[in-house]
Ligand binder design. Structure first.
Ligand code: SF4
Length: 367
């Protein structure tokens, strides 16, 4: 497909209730509800994704079609990760000492109904030349920052020369060692990834791309081609998946997704437990559902296809990985370990390890 096709897919996207009901007449009886939901949480579905939507039972429908459960959910938090309160300058979140999150785009190729930045996406969220310069200035005067994660919105929706300009200015900062880009574009607007864009990105090293796929149906010939273009120029690719009730909360779906990602040279990186974002409670699964999936992945797939299952702690506490409990008991100088089939094995350990494993958990104040 020619390189301008992605712009057409954006231009011909669905951005209001009327367009949505015209494209999907089965939604017409719900138009008033959709208008109400989208007044708070705007809709956008580009025409590539719109062409893949089949009906309420398909996994893309639930990710992108507005639902009254969004406005019914008045719990949760507007900014669950406290990104705004750990922001020294607009659009920078500086939580961990050596890395920052830098929002450089206010636009996405689709509006995901479960997004943690639901408070911003499609709403009053300003990214300007001035905020980008302020962000770069902040990073350049913060020598402890070695790793910059560009996000948004989606950085790859910016014009190519603007992305090159941002990457160029960041690359000139001597203490910045790594630049990462978080993007859903390879899966939801794959024609945006052109050979020219990939070559430009690859000229800034070391650059990592963390993409975002949630279901095997997102792996299409077009998204395979997009990932191949990026991998062929040597850009390491990872994937962040969100565990979503009614979309991908089964081991079979996750197995197919993770194996599909690896076949595109995309390494599964994180499986996110849903944040406590207001308007998204209908997507949240139990933690045991997530742990069961990880256990099954370990059983049926190679270690490379098992992502870190993480909770991002509310209030800006950062990410904590969760693992199925493989230590069944401590027996003297041995651990009784449960393998992927649930069988117990005895594993001898050193005396100092026996002390570590048998020590009661220290009391730590809860924040
Ligand atoms: S692409 Fe990412 S930032 Fe944009 S709406 Fe989806 S999850 Fe949110």
């Amino acid at each position: 497909m020619e390189s301008g096709s992605w712009k057409k897919q954006l231009r011909s996207g669905i951005s209001n209730a009327g367009e949505l009901c015209t494209a999907f007449p089965q939604l017409a009886p719900k138009r008033a509800m959709i208008e109400e939901v989208t007044a708070t949480y705007p809709v956008f579905i580009n025409s590539y994704i719109a062409g893949m939507l089949k009906g309420p039972s398909d996994p893309l429908w639930r990710q992108f079609i507005p639902d009254n459960a969004e406005i019914d959910d008045t719990g949760g938090m507007v900014d669950p990760l406290a990104e705004d309160s750990t922001s020294p300058v607009p659009n920078i979140t500086h939580r961990y000492p050596n890395r920052v999150l830098f929002l450089v785009s206010n636009r996405c190729a689709v509006h995901c109904r479960f997004c943690t930045r639901k408070r911003k996406i499609g709403r009053s969220f300003e990214v300007t030349a001035a905020t980008i310069t302020q962000g770069i200035d902040y990073i350049s005067r913060s020598p402890q920052v070695r790793d910059v994660l560009l996000s948004g919105g989606d950085p790859l929706l910016l014009p190519t020369d603007q992305i090159a300009d941002i990457l160029g200015r960041l690359s000139e900062i001597r203490h910045v060692d790594i630049i990462r880009i978080g993007t859903r574009v390879p899966g939801v607007l794959p024609d945006r990834i052109t050979a020219g864009l990939a070559r430009m990105l690859a000229s800034f090293k070391p650059l990592y791309i963390n993409t975002h796929f949630n279901h095997p149906v997102e792996i299409t010939p077009q998204s395979r081609r997009a990932c191949a273009l990026l991998a062929d120029v040597g850009i390491p690719l990872g994937c962040q998946t969100v565990l979503l009730k009614g979309v991908n909360d089964s081991a079979d779906i996750m197995c197919r997704l993770m194996e599909g990602l690896l076949s595109m040279r995309v390494r599964p990186y994180y499986l996110h437990h849903m944040d406590y974002t207001r308007g998204t409670a209908h997507f949240r699964t139990s933690l045991s559902a997530g742990l069961d999936i990880i256990r099954e992945l370990r059983c049926h797939a190679s270690g490379m296809s098992v992502p870190h299952y993480v909770i991002d702690l509310p209030g800006g506490g950062g990410k904590v990985p969760l693992t199925p409990d493989y230590i069944h008991a401590v027996d003297g100088n041995a651990l009784l370990l449960k393998n992927f089939q649930g069988k117990l094995f005895r594993y001898d350990i050193e005396a100092q390890d026996a002390e570590t494993f048998s020590a009661p958990l220290a009391h730590t104040p809860v924040i």
